[in-house]
Write a protein that binds this ligand. Structure first.
Ligand code: CP3
Length: 351
């Protein structure tokens, strides 16, 4: 049973560090592009056999220590009644954004089995096909990050509509965040029931807020979700581009803090002592030469010493990454991290 990843989440000692990559089931893999040529992105997400197939690709082709279900953080918003489109080259879009308190009435509280059952079916298939080789992660976006896309109508540089609402009518925006949190609680419980062995929460856009505003607006609905998962499966929290939020993130009752590459893990450890850390090779580094990838991966592992560490990228793998470069990253961790854990007692290793 490949439970290395789960053991590190629980703070248990391990013989080497586990490694996986955010967005590991994606366009850098020719095998993914071949499946994607037959189906658009949403169809892929909604066809459990295809979603399961691409979920397993990086496990078989790159050798990662965890699978992450192929889906998208925005799917529960569609289940709430917001039309969602993925336009080639432009990313996600919501043609009818939710921008005022009155707009919230257009959303429904969906039955997650009925609207998102395809995600649960895919998870069950993945669990069955993995046969315990590696664990499978489920995931969701944080209410703030999901609202960012729904309010803006898609991705954005400044998220001006979201920020405008947050200053004009913070109570109204909080109503929306609470609605999203409620659906997320049911959706993630469904993922766990279907076999997800850990849950990662993505707060891609939390960094738009000051620490004080993040605590006031983003943290309460997020805490509802984390509390609902407590004691069921390990919870991982991903934040990017937000070093100012690390002290607040360190207070969250999550098992693992997943961070980007902008600060060395040794610094993150000082801010979040006692947390298992995940990260944080710059995804851009995988575009460089292989010897440099190996050197930088060793550096990330060295900087992560002093506590539990799941090796990962600092954000999603870039589509133009050569597959053998991704493999070099994974292999370096597998070959060399034994030396690191051998000289560094993880927390809980009291013998
Ligand atoms: O392999 C995995 O990590 C699992 C699947 C996964 C996807 N999206 C598949 C995907 C996960 C965990 C996500 C999370 C996600 N989705 C986030 C949070 C993480 C982050 O990147 O900050 C966000 C913000 C989204 C929303 C989203 N989905 C955007 C902005 C885009 C367009 C950008 C892009 O890369 O094209 C997507 C599309 C998307 N989600 C793709 C994949 C594989 C590309 C779709 C394609 O095949 O064309």
């Amino acid at each position: 049973m490949g439970d290395l990843f789960l053991r590190v989440c629980r703070g248990e000692p391990v013989e080497r560090l586990p490694v996986w990559m955010m967005r590991q089931a994606g366009r850098y893999l020719p095998e993914y592009r071949a499946v994607r040529a037959k189906a658009d992105f949403l169809t892929l997400c909604k066809t459990p056999e295809l979603a399961a197939e691409v979920t397993l690709q990086p496990v078989d082709l790159v050798g990662v220590d965890a699978a992450i279900l192929f889906a998208d953080i925005l799917l529960p918003l569609e289940a709430m009644g917001a039309e969602l489109r993925f336009v080639k080259g432009d990313g996600p879009s919501f043609p009818q954004p939710v921008r005022r308190r009155e707009d919230i009435a257009r959303l429904r509280q969906p039955d997650v089995e009925e609207t998102l059952g395809y995600v649960f079916d895919a998870l069950r298939l993945v669990r069955r096909e993995l046969e315990g080789r590696v664990p499978v992660l489920g995931f969701g976006g944080t209410p703030w990050t999901l609202a960012a896309y729904l309010v803006e109508g898609g991705g954005s540089k400044h998220f001006a509509h979201l920020l405008s609402w947050s200053y004009r009518d913070p109570e109204g925006l909080t109503l929306l965040l609470d609605r999203i949190a409620e659906v997320s609680v049911a959706y993630l419980a469904g993922q766990v029931a279907a076999g997800a062995q850990a849950i990662q929460l993505f707060d891609t856009w939390g960094g738009l807020l000051s620490a004080e505003r993040w605590r006031r607006l983003a943290m309460p609905p997020l805490l509802r979700i984390i509390e609902s998962l407590k004691g069921k499966v390990p919870v991982l929290f991903f934040i990017q581009g937000a070093p100012h939020l690390l002290p607040a993130a360190a207070e969250l009752p999550v098992d693992v803090l997943s961070v980007d590459w902008r600060q060395p893990l040794s610094e993150v450890r000082r801010i979040a002592p006692g947390k298992v850390l995940q990260g944080n090779l710059d995804p851009g580094a995988l575009l460089g030469p292989i010897p440099e990838i190996r050197r930088l991966t060793l550096e990330v592992m060295a900087q992560g010493r002093g506590g539990g560490h799941i090796v990962n990228l600092g954000h999603g793998i870039l589509p133009m990454t050569p597959v053998d470069h991704a493999r070099a990253f994974v292999e370096t961790v597998k070959e060399r991290s034994g030396e690191i854990v051998g000289t560094d007692a993880p927390p809980g290793d009291s013998e």
